[in-house]
Design a protein around this ligand. Structure first.
Ligand SMILES: [Zn+2]
Ligand SMILES: [Zn+2]
Length: 327
């Protein structure tokens, strides 16, 4: 029993190694390695030819780091263990089901359906599952620790798509496996679905603006995904505490619902419309209401009270001077 798993691990490494070598050196229409390179070059050319944020450097911050993540998460990670681990997981899962006498756990088989319908089902189902996994990555504190890596991108570009912690591979693949397996799909099936997802992901993160018309309601796009990456707002209540500019842009303050938690988002939107290059700084809490105090550390509370004291004193002395002058 145990040897079976050792055998699977050995075979997986050997199999994946052979696969990787053939991916690099043998060209075919199902080649992920070259597809990744071609798709990346395509979106990079768009960024160079018609950049959305013109102020962003062509070799943006962490460009090469993200290049590394791209190949690591797409190939190397699988090479050094995930492939073996997932084959063992599949075997363990099947053995576990066999205890209960289940040998075929496909609930609704879609394999008999026409190819295009299968493709559509796989695409929609996978998208729905991945959307939910992404939600979990944000909501569960333990998972957010991994997903934080993806949200550490400072300047967005196509390669930021694959900047993520290797644990995300494991989280996604293992959660995906069960529902997809239940309709008879293997995770490695359908090259076209993977490539389509890869292209959409590169597109979402690229520094490129393409008007999609009504299709923007169906497909994720850079103008929408950038909001997802600006989740860390400078002030926790949705406003901002500082705005630094080289030149004044009056347009920044148009159409803002002042006093609401929309102020920051609306201001950022104005920045994007004005094609201004923006950089977000550390998020802080501000003090508008009494309950805001509970977000402050004891140290900060003390500092804040000292500040109020100094301000009151200064106001008092200014007033005094004024009175004296007036008198
Ligand atoms: Zn996210
Ligand atoms: Zn992203």
């Amino acid at each position: 029993m145990f040897e079976k798993y050792v055998q699977i691990i050995g075979d997986s490494f050997q199999g994946y190694y052979n696969y990787l070598i053939s991916e690099i050196f043998v060209l075919s229409w199902h080649n992920y390695f070259w597809a990744l390179i071609v798709i990346s070059l395509f979106f990079y050319s768009l960024e160079l030819i018609k950049p959305w944020r013109k102020g962003q450097p062509r070799i943006r911050q962490d460009f090469w780091l993200d290049g590394f993540y791209m190949f690591f998460n797409f190939f190397i990670f699988s090479l050094i263990g995930f492939n073996a681990a997932s084959n063992v997981f599949v075997e363990l899962f099947n053995d576990f089901l066999a205890i209960f006498g289940i040998t075929n756990w496909v609930a609704i088989s879609v394999v008999a359906l026409p190819g295009i319908v299968q493709l559509l089902v796989l695409f929609l189902l996978r998208d729905f599952i991945q959307w939910n996994i992404h939600r979990l990555l944000h909501r569960v504190p333990f998972l957010w620790e991994f997903h934080k890596v993806h949200h550490s991108v400072k300047q967005m570009g196509f390669a930021a798509h694959l900047r993520y912690h290797w644990m995300e591979n494991i989280v996604y693949r293992s959660i995906e496996y069960i529902p997809l397996g239940m309709i008879g799909f293997g995770i490695q099936d359908f090259f076209i679905v993977h490539i389509f997802a890869l292209s959409i992901g590169h597109f979402n993160h690229s520094n490129f603006k393409m008007p999609l018309g009504p299709l923007k309601y169906f497909f994720n796009n850079p103008q929408m995904h950038i909001w997802h990456h600006s989740k860390k707002l400078p002030v926790k209540d949705g406003g901002y505490y500082l705005l630094g500019m080289n030149t004044l842009h009056g347009g920044l303050f148009h159409n803002i619902s002042w006093g609401t938690n929309e102020v920051f988002i609306q201001s950022l939107k104005n920045c994007l419309n004005l094609d201004l290059n923006t950089k977000l700084v550390k998020e802080l809490s501000d003090l508008d209401r009494l309950e805001d105090f509970q977000h402050l550390s004891i140290e900060d509370r003390k500092r804040y009270f000292d500040m109020i004291r100094v301000n009151l004193y200064q106001d008092y002395s200014v007033e005094n001077k004024f009175i004296k002058k007036g008198a």
